[in-house]
Design a protein around this ligand. Structure first.
Ligand SMILES: *[C@@H]1O[C@H](CO)[C@@H](O)[C@H](O)[C@H]1NC(C)=O
Ligand SMILES: *[C@@H]1O[C@H](CO)[C@@H](O)[C@H](O)[C@H]1NC(C)=O
Length: 390
């Protein structure tokens, strides 16, 4: 999920000078401090032993310790904190107690009480986003509510963060008691209309799974310090012009971006948190959905489905069980999450309060996180609606 640009874009442009900014290499807590916000690091252990690192921004610049909570989560949560106009900062400034909810396997969550992610690879990385959602959100939500003394929180998720949330809420509906409302940005669900590279890859999902297994490769896209070096040395403001094409195609191949919507001087900061890491199994689960027809459901274990689910094929998620208020944001330029698939998802959820197609032609999956226009077109709408639940 991700976020960060300002509602006062026009003002900033006026104030901007031609002096190039040089950013240090920073992790998420350092970045939060860099922009002048307080940050706390919290360690949360799940019932299956994973140790999650949540980053909390307890208050913003306007109020101290306002008693409201928010967890924002996605597969790749850390990415949100990239520039001051990020959703996390905007919400902190508005008085929310913001928790950046990292999930198992990403850069901040390669920890377990007994398993070593680099040694016990097959066991540590044996999770898809449903398991991550069930275990991590259960533990994370409980921890946040206990720590803040609140009874409910607001959840904001992007991409895999929405898959975790939807799967967990359908399989374990009790989890919704802790959440007053959910905001889902670019939620993958059905894959009947999407295009793009994943569709091509998905045809080979069984072969890929076998190949990864053969190679003893269970972790996907771990943090790779070289991308950070490249970002700072070649794609900073001073060098960007001469390396423009290289930087853009690199950024695009790592996360998928809309070059025109990006604040280029922020590139070194973006590169610091790309990529962020997950399990191969998360990708395989998406591949299975892409290969099936109008199916948003559980992991396909093949011959072992009977053992897992008591039936020969994996069950679909029972979306009618997701009864909390849902707000969905999507774009017409998202090749991963097609607008028609999102509309089908919305029509199967019983309590959709908002189905919002971002009013910008060609709005992509990651524009939700990085586009200069995101604060104005997306975050302001989140803020307006979130205010109804506090
Ligand atoms: C988690 O792992 C990181 C990196 O290996 C380490 O620095 C940190 O102390 C660990 N934290 C816990 C709570 O185990
Ligand atoms: C782009 O990022 C730079 C560096 O953080 C910032 O000073 C500038 O205001 C941003 N521009 C816009 C249009 O957001």
């Amino acid at each position: 999920m991700a976020v960060l640009r300002v509602t006062t874009v026009l003002l900033l442009v006026v104030v901007m000078t031609s002096k190039a900014v040089e950013f240090p290499v920073m992790n998420v807590p350092q970045l939060i401090q860099y922009w002048g916000y307080p940050v706390e690091s919290h360690w949360i252990t799940t019932s299956d032993g994973y140790i999650l690192n949540y980053h909390r921004i307890p208050y913003g610049s306007s109020e101290k310790g306002h008693p409201r909570s928010l967890v924002r989560g996605k597969g790749h949560e850390g990415r949100q904190q990239q520039s001051k106009p990020s959703l996390a900062f905007i919400m902190a400034d508005a008085g929310y107690d913001v928790w950046v909810a990292n999930t198992r396997g990403n850069t901040y969550c390669r920890n377990h009480t007994t398993l070593d992610p680099d040694v016990d690879k097959e066991e540590f990385w044996n999770f898809d986003w449903e398991v991550a959602g069930l275990e991590d959100l259960q533990a994370g939500f409980s921890y946040v509510l206990e720590t803040t003394g609140q009874s409910k929180l607001i959840y904001v998720g992007h991409s895999m963060g929405t898959s975790e949330f939807l799967a967990a809420s359908a399989v374990q509906p009790e989890i919704q008691v802790m959440v007053s409302a959910a905001f889902l940005l670019a939620p993958p669900s059905y894959f009947d209309y999407n295009t793009g590279i994943l569709v091509e890859l998905a045809q080979y999902v069984d072969e890929l799974e076998g190949a990864f297994e053969f190679l003893d490769l269970w972790e996907l896209f771990p943090d790779f310090p070289l991308t950070s070096e490249v970002g700072h040395d070649l794609c900073d403001e001073i060098h960007l012009e001469e390396n423009y094409d290289t930087c853009m195609s690199l950024a695009d191949s790592i996360v998928g971006i809309s070059p025109g919507n990006l604040n280029n001087s922020m590139l070194p900061i973006y590169f610091d948190s790309w990529p962020e890491g997950s399990s191969v199994k998360c990708l395989v689960h998406y591949g299975q959905l892409i290969n099936s027809e109008h199916f948003f459901g559980r992991y396909d274990y093949g011959d072992a489905n009977m053992e897992h689910y008591g039936q020969a094929s994996p069950p679909a998620y029972d979306l009618s069980k997701i009864t909390l208020p849902i707000h969905i944001f999507y774009g017409d330029g998202d090749t991963l999450v097609d607008d028609m698939d999102v509309e089908a998802l919305a029509s199967n959820l019983p309590n959709v309060k908002l189905l919002y197609k971002v009013p910008f032609e060609g709005w992509t999956h990651n524009d939700m996180c990085y586009a200069i226009q995101a604060p104005e077109l997306v975050y302001s709408v989140i803020m307006e609606n979130a205010a109804k639940y506090v």
